[in-house]
Design a protein around this ligand. Structure first.
Ligand code: PMP
Length: 426
């Protein structure tokens, strides 16, 4: 029934792909790290809405926050006022970011946060060029898509925003060469690239930040996926003690029910954009700062601290990576296991022969990621575990478990992974 409706009115091709790779379950219920089908069968959710459910699905504290804010009968979105909830959430966000960041702009998605960051960088510096990194993903609207270095997403949609340019990943001399031209508004980068789980070389980001400072460019960290404990620290940039001028966040910020995004900046950047009385809302969005999103944000930030989510993300992530790396002795197919916290990729050597039957082999789009897709499909069909294929070349299996998982979930995943790899070499 669900699939028929989607086939008729939503996305016919997606339905075809989902059915072919075996992602055709209908889930009836969700709690914590698990989804349940109509028969009450459990599925371990190592996808987490692509990194949304950091505190787990249907968390009672988030639900309570929604109920409470409705109960309070507060006016929602008067717009021409300074509402209680957004002030409170802005204060909490500023408390958890480095002290030089003081101003928060609220919006409704990660892409929209990126769009804000791009505009703020140009508006505050008066410069036009924005540098990004090869392999980046920042979203799919025109500004964000122009910053997303991926032919698959860009093909057929050009021309893109002028002044956007991707520098090769980890290439400091290319970066310095471009910055030295003196017209760069900002470098925008993910602390760890989400698409390929590419971790930058040890000194790359800190040197990049220094170079930006020296050449008058802003340093933007897109924390939409890495932020809010995903990598075992509150923000990904903390792994290298960075001090970005602008941070974007979204995804996990509102606990998974209602969308919420935010751009956090230095006061001077904010003032550079919004200082004129006649242009005080020169960048805005109708539903930004809505009470539900703000209440969910407050509840989420409370939970991250209260439930020591950073610690658990690091602990569970390390246990997963240790378990998966141990499998490398047994399964030569595993080329590398990499990640930080609970943002993890498993990359493979090209297998010589595939033994499992693959009905979906005919679909060209999926064909490229043949082996990783086979693993992901079998993890779901045989072990009831959700994961996904990622990487710009669809060459990795990526997992983004909720950050509340324990030993039970770690063992279930590692054992299942072992079993699937054993199966396909049998
Ligand atoms: N930036 C990054 C780093 C992301 O990972 C994503 C989403 N995958 C986005 C931006 C876009 O966010 P959204 O899908 O909420 O628009």
């Amino acid at each position: 029934e669900n699939y028929g409706l989607h086939e008729a009115h939503v996305n016919r091709t997606l339905v075809k792909v989902l059915q072919t790779i075996g992602f055709d379950k209908v889930y009836a219920r969700a709690e914590g790290a698990y989804l349940y089908d109509m028969d009450g069968q459990d599925y371990l959710d190592f996808l987490s809405g692509y990194g949304v459910y950091n505190v787990g699905r249907n968390h009672p504290v988030i639900r309570k926050a929604i109920e409470d804010v409705l109960e309070m009968d507060l006016p929602n979105m008067v717009q021409m006022d300074c509402a209680l909830m957004s002030g409170l959430l802005a204060e909490k966000i500023v408390e958890m970011t480095p002290p030089h960041l003081e101003a928060v702009f609220f919006c409704n998605s990660g892409t929209e946060a990126v769009e804000g960051a791009l505009k703020f960088a140009r508006g505050a510096t008066g410069r036009k060029r924005i540098l990004t990194l090869s392999g980046s993903y920042h979203g799919l609207t025109y500004g964000a898509l122009s910053a997303t270095n991926n032919g698959n997403f860009q093909e057929g949609f050009g021309p893109f925003l002028p002044g956007m340019e991707a520098i090769p990943f980890n290439d400091l001399s290319a970066l310095e060469h471009e910055l030295s031209k003196g017209d760069v508004a900002a470098l925008m980068a993910e602390p760890i690239q989400g698409k390929g789980v590419n971790i930058p070389a040890e000194h790359f980001l800190s040197t990049a930040q220094d170079l930006c400072r020296r050449h008058g460019a802003l340093f933007i960290m897109d924390e939409v996926q890495t932020g809010l404990s995903r990598t075992g620290k509150t923000f990904g940039f903390e792994h290298w003690n960075l001090e970005p001028d602008i941070i974007t966040m979204a995804k996990a910020l509102s606990g998974g029910y209602v969308p919420c995004g935010a751009v956090v900046t230095r006061r001077s950047i904010h003032q550079g954009v919004f200082s004129r009385l006649d242009r005080c809302v020169v960048h805005s969005t109708t539903f930004g700062r809505n009470n539900l999103a703000m209440a969910c944000g407050l509840a989420t930030l409370h939970l991250l601290k209260e439930e020591k989510i950073n610690e658990n993300s690091e602990k569970a992530g390390n246990a997963l990576m240790t378990g998966l790396r141990k499998l490398q002795d047994k399964h030569e197919l595993i080329k590398e296991v990499r990640g930080k916290g609970c943002m993890i990729a498993i990359e493979f050597h090209q297998p010589k022969a595939l033994k499992l039957k693959m009905a979906w082999k005919a679909i060209h789009a999926v064909d490229k990621g043949l082996f990783p897709q086979m693993i992901v499909s079998t993890l779901l069909s045989k072990h009831r575990i959700l994961s996904h294929v990622a990487g710009h070349n669809l060459d990795i299996v990526k997992i983004l478990p909720p950050l509340i998982i324990g030993d039970k979930e770690v063992s279930r995943f590692v054992n299942a992974f072992d079993d699937v790899l054993t199966d396909c070499q049998r």
